[in-house]
Design a protein around this ligand. Structure first.
Ligand SMILES: [Zn+2]
Length: 136
């Protein structure tokens, strides 16, 4: 059994379920810090973002654009959860340093999160959790 750690989802239940985030974050990625996920209006061209807040013991804030289709939203959530994993694994200082040292597209943490995001194409997130997508 994994400890029940706080996951807060601020979104239409049709889009993201707390259980689906919990499964990916706790069972698969083994994240240990609280996570807040918000589906909200984002600037044009921005699908999502991850922010690690170094206060109150530390927690993750993940924002997802409300303009995404199911597959894009799933891929973006996996992408941002990968950044959360990186922050816990390597420390948020390593991520910030990479942000300064590399152009966005060349940032190894970005490339890593982009590779992981493919999972959203085969596991689709909805209010019932992660669903296999099998396409011919
Ligand atoms: Zn990213």
């Amino acid at each position: 059994m994994t400890a029940e750690l706080p996951i807060t989802v601020v979104a239409d239940e049709q889009q993201v379920s707390r259980e689906a985030v919990n499964l990916m974050a706790r069972e698969v990625l083994k994240l240990t810090q609280p996570i807040f996920v918000c589906v909200q209006r984002m600037p044009e061209g921005i699908r999502g973002e991850h922010l690690y807040v170094d206060a109150e013991g530390g927690y993750h804030v993940i924002r997802l654009s409300d303009k995404l289709g199911d597959e894009q939203r799933s891929c973006t959530l996996v992408h941002e959860l990968t950044h959360a994993w990186q922050a816990e694994r390597y420390g948020v200082g390593a991520l910030k340093q990479a942000d300064r040292e590399y152009a966005y597209a060349d940032n190894p943490f970005e490339q890593h999160a982009r590779k992981a995001a493919w999972l959203g194409t085969v596991l689709r997130l909805d209010r019932n959790g992660w669903k296999e997508q099998v396409t011919a």
